[in-house]
Write a protein that binds this ligand. Structure first.
Ligand code: SUD
Ligand code: ADP
Length: 285
């Protein structure tokens, strides 16, 4: 760091898995009523945040989408009117998570940006305010803003923090990306699951209601889930396309990952109850 330069803050923008996902109804505005268990992971994209003397937002992201559409850019723009100092920021995204994989990378990046800039720009917004801003960017943003594994209802915004066993997960990502909107618009999707309880879900009950439709539309995902099933109960996360299996220990997960790695992009990650971004923010003065 050169003299006078601002420090660089590197944080892990975590992924999530939906351990189960039931669709219990559809609202008049087209959004679906869900019940889902969000498991945060100690793995994700890495993001660098460094304040600058110039007031602009300078985003370096390897993903091939127009900057105005990047959820990081959009999150930063939302906080700009609340900035209480004169600094700009240089944000660099090191993308590790697949796009449109159901592991929530874009939503997580948006939430990480809201959390980091709220501190670095001294915006002083409460967690509730940040979660509300985040929800306008996507249904999955609030869970990452609150930064805790959670039971979600409503359209995914009514969150109850939960403590989950910190198991290991093998996540496999097929080379296809699934459009969340397309799955939710599909006529074959089951939308009438019985309301279940948080207790049943925590005990491992439940399934992913999107899975039948996703399997039918994407043979490659069907094949991947069938391959994963060699190690246990294989599930789709979100609207896909990634699937996962849980393990009690890291070695077993790593062994299974090695077996799948020649065919699929895979990663092994531990489930965590608290987001690494919150842990990082606690270290700041
Ligand atoms: C269903 C989940 C479960 O985690 O799927 P994944 O995106 O993770 O796969 C998420 O809540 C998705 O969250 P997110 O990806 O942020 O969704 P949004 O951008 O808000 O919405 C994308 C589209 O999905 C549909 N949608 C989303 C959430 C919801 N409860 N009902 C819906 O019908 C809407 O058609 C919307 O236009
Ligand atoms: N910073 C970002 N990272 C990833 N995707 C982004 C980002 N900004 C915008 N997007 C868009 O959001 C879409 C869904 O993002 P992502 O979070 O990866 O999917 P999912 O919600 O299925 O896990 C991407 O296909 C991409 O077009």
């Amino acid at each position: 760091m050169s003299k006078g330069a601002f420090p660089n803050h590197r944080v892990v923008s975590p992924a999530k898995l939906n351990l189960m996902l039931h669709i219990t109804g559809r609202r008049p505005d087209g959004y679906h009523e869900l019940q889902t268990l969000f498991q945060l992971l100690a793995y994700g994209d890495e993001m660098d945040f460094q304040l600058t003397a110039q007031p602009q937002i300078d985003l370096h992201s390897q993903i091939n989408i127009p900057v105005q559409d990047n959820l990081i850019w959009r999150a930063a723009q939302m906080l700009l009117p609340r900035r209480k100092n004169t600094h700009g920021v240089r944000i660099t995204l090191h993308k590790h998570l697949p796009l449109g994989g159901g592991v929530g990378g874009g939503s997580s990046n948006a939430a990480t940006t809201l959390l980091m800039l709220n501190t670095l720009w001294a915006c002083e917004l409460s967690t509730d305010q940040l979660a509300e801003l985040g929800q306008a960017l996507g249904a999955d943003v609030p869970v990452f803003v609150r930064g805790h594994s959670a039971w979600a209802e409503g359209i995914g915004e009514a969150l109850t923090p939960v403590t989950l066993p910190e198991q290991w997960f093998l996540v496999a990502c097929p080379s296809v990306s699934v459009s969340t909107a397309a799955i939710f618009q599909h006529p074959g999707l089951t939308r009438n699951s019985q309301i279940t309880t948080i207790r049943t879900a925590l005990a491992g009950g439940g399934r992913n209601d999107c899975e039948t439709t996703v399997r039918a539309l994407y043979p490659e995902i069907q094949r991947m889930l069938d391959r994963l099933a060699a190690w246990g109960t294989a599930r789709l996360t979100g609207t896909g396309g990634c699937g996962f299996v849980s393990f009690a220990d890291q070695d077993a997960a790593t062994e299974a990952a090695a077996d799948m790695a020649s065919e699929y992009r895979v990663f092994v990650a531990q489930g965590v109850n608290r987001s690494p971004v919150l842990t990082y923010l606690e270290t700041l003065p």
